[in-house]
Design a protein around this ligand. Structure first.
Ligand code: ZN
Length: 498
């Protein structure tokens, strides 16, 4: 499970809201074909525990994307699916390589009217934005209460100094004005320790447009730039002022390239082999920080081993002549914790056509429990996305669960207005943006161990995790063997310019 990926999802979310609610369809549902029970039984708590203690061990170094730990985890998954007799999912390879690009700051200088200020003592520069030398003769000061003035301001190519605490809404509005330079004022100077000079990671080496250059400055720098006008805007947050000044900003940057990969295993189908079902989970986590291991047992070691076990069950069925009618793609993504990057790469460069992919069943955290639930309500899983894109999803999901696993399917996090915005925070989202029906399975463990070194394998409820993985398996079995692909009857207008 990743952090919020807020700005790029706002437009998409609006469209989801308009397409969400469709009338319920009564569906009489009967399963046909071979019986899955014998194969579901191979999904066992004991096997999952064995896999998870390995993946969450110090040897895997927290599986951070672009590190040796991630590569070790990929090798572990690859060796296991080979042992099951599954085919490589990307041509002759089990891995789908991609690069992460990360801006880094080499040096930064700031001068006001010929006076040089000192990095980290008086200002800090963001690693994002272009390498540049700017000499600007004017700075526009804007209080964070001046939202109406901001709407009508012409800031393209200019230097802007924001006075006050910036809200997300204010920032989004400012971004649309395409300033060249954004200065924010911070009391947090001088700074000690090592500054973070690495920026966000992304999969695109080339971008359609550049971001502004961001500098944080001390109040001393703010007054050097704007004098009394700084104090005037500070006193009245709705005001806007222009300061004439000679501002020099000089940044040197480099792009770090980190190789990464998704792992893909393939099981060919029988009479419908040109159609596909994807099971996905991310195998990356947060790595090591200051020598401390982030084991990521639940996030998403649990989903990773869930898909390993589901792969084992389907492989066994195929060996016994009960292979799925549709082909199955087992996809272990990396880059999830960096912003769903591995699944973005796969869906932007799909090995198997997305219009022939009946669904993606994504698992991200299924081994723990929501700390807000009462002890007698733990036979549950949160189900997200089953009312979007296809009206087939919910009847299948619910009838399969009623027949086999009898978990409480809880839809709390399916509300797009939920403040955690779970629908946007794992890899299924990248399939959904291309219109592929998805279901996302999740345990709700946002406290106390989420993204902490304490997300360890001894805290997993292996019996509950087994049951949840079996639900995903049974649901996938039905989707892979039924006569028709899931119909795509709930429209979703996916925005361009992600
Ligand atoms: Zn996470």
């Amino acid at each position: 499970m990743g952090y919020f990926h807020s700005l790029k999802t706002i437009h998409y979310m609006k469209r989801v809201l308009t397409a969400l609610f469709t009338s319920g369809v009564v569906c009489v549902f009967a399963q046909s074909g071979p019986k899955p029970d014998a194969y579901a039984k191979t999904i066992s708590a004991a096997d999952m525990k064995k896999h998870l203690y390995t993946l969450a061990s110090p040897e895997m170094e927290g599986r951070e994307t672009g590190t040796e730990g991630q590569r070790k985890a990929a090798a572990y998954i690859e060796n296991y699916v080979k042992s099951l007799g599954l085919q490589p999912g990307n041509g002759s390879s089990y891995q789908m390589p991609y690069n992460l690009y990360q801006d880094s700051l080499i040096s930064a200088a700031l001068e006001v009217n010929g006076k040089a200020f000192e990095l980290n003592k008086d200002f800090a520069a963001s690693p994002g934005g272009p390498q540049s030398i700017y000499r600007l003769s004017e700075v526009t000061l804007i209080g964070t209460g001046a939202t109406d003035s901001l709407k009508s301001a012409d800031l393209a190519g200019k230097a802007v100094m924001i006075v006050g605490t910036i809200s997300q809404n204010f920032f989004a509005q400012l971004n649309r004005k395409s300033p060249a330079v954004v200065l924010t004022v911070s009391a947090n100077f001088p700074r000690t320790g090592t500054a973070n000079n690495r920026g966000r990671q992304g999969i695109h080496a080339f971008k359609a447009s550049v971001d502004p250059v961001f500098f944080q400055v001390s109040e001393a720098v703010a007054r050097a730039i704007a004098g009394d006008k700084y104090d005037a805007v500070k006193a009245s947050s709705s005001s806007v002022q222009k300061a004439k000044t000679e501002l020099l900003l000089d940044t040197k940057k480099a792009t770090v390239v980190l190789p990464a990969s998704d792992v893909i295993a393939f099981l060919p189908g029988t009479d419908l082999k040109d159609q596909y079902l994807v099971f996905s989970a991310h195998y990356d986590h947060l790595g090591m920080r200051n020598g401390v291991l982030f084991p990521g047992a639940d996030d998403d070691g649990s989903g990773t081993v869930g898909v390993l076990e589901i792969a084992e069950a389907f492989a066994k069925a195929a060996k016994e002549g009960k292979g799925p009618r549709r082909s199955i793609v087992f996809l272990w993504n990396s880059g999830e914790e960096k912003g769903l990057l591995g699944s973005e790469w796969y869906t932007d460069h799909p090995v198997y056509p997305l219009d022939k992919t009946t669904a993606d069943l994504n698992i991200d955290m299924i081994g723990r429990s929501d700390p807000d639930r009462k002890p007698d309500t733990l036979n549950y899983v949160y189900v997200v996305g089953d009312d979007k894109l296809s009206s087939d999803l919910k009847p299948i999901s619910e009838s399969i669960n009623n027949k086999y696993t009898k978990l409480q399917l809880d839809y709390k996090y399916n509300d797009p207005n939920d403040k955690e915005r779970i629908y946007f925070r794992s890899d299924h989202y990248n399939f959904a943006r291309y219109g592929v029906p998805i279901i996302f399975y999740y345990d709700g463990m946002l406290r106390p161990d989420y993204h902490k070194p304490s997300d360890t394998p001894d805290k997993i409820n292996y019996d509950l995790m087994q049951k949840r993985a079996q639900l995903v398996f049974y649901t996938g079995w039905e989707m892979a063997n039924r006569d028709a692909m899931l119909k795509r009857d709930i429209p979703l207008n996916v925005p361009t310019g992600f």
